[in-house]
Design a protein around this ligand. Sequence first.
Ligand SMILES: Nc1ncnc2c1ncn2[C@@H]1O[C@H](COP(=O)(O)OP(=O)(O)OP(=O)(O)O)[C@@H](O)[C@H]1O
Ligand SMILES: [Mg+2]
Length: 113
Amino acid sequence: MKKIEAIVKPSKLKAIQAGLIKIGIPCMTVVPVKGVGLQQGFPEIYRGTEKSIVLLSKVMIICVVSDENLEKCIDVIIETGSEGKVGDGKIFVYDVLDAIRMRTRTRGDDAIR
Ligand SMILES: Nc1ncnc2c1ncn2[C@@H]1O[C@H](COP(=O)(O)OP(=O)(O)OP(=O)(O)O)[C@@H](O)[C@H]1O
Ligand SMILES: [Mg+2]
């Protein structure tokens, strides 16, 4: 199993969620976050208020998926969440040791499908 953390533009959340549902990945956790990438918020805010320390609002979408579903999950997030511009977002991938559905004590891949 792998954990995907996709830090994306808030305006893309609905399209990404719809895309993931369409390929059979309906479970996710969404966290509002603030962050900056390489450009330190510039030029995403160059028409906005000038601030000395820039943190832009983003959403972090967390999905735990089977190894088999990893690449299609990444593809859908990129296809539905990108504009081809600076600040589109970033995806991090982690190994997951185990998952446990509390109701049934089901573990591993069976707990995430
Ligand atoms: N190395 C990192 N560590 C932790 N969070 C990061 C890192 N890089 C980016 N992020 C998070 O991802 C968000 C989106 O980053 P962003 O898309 O601007 O990445 P980038 O590397 O600057 O790429 P681009 O050149 O396309 O803008 C940031 O606002 C931040 O929250
Ligand atoms: Mg950037």
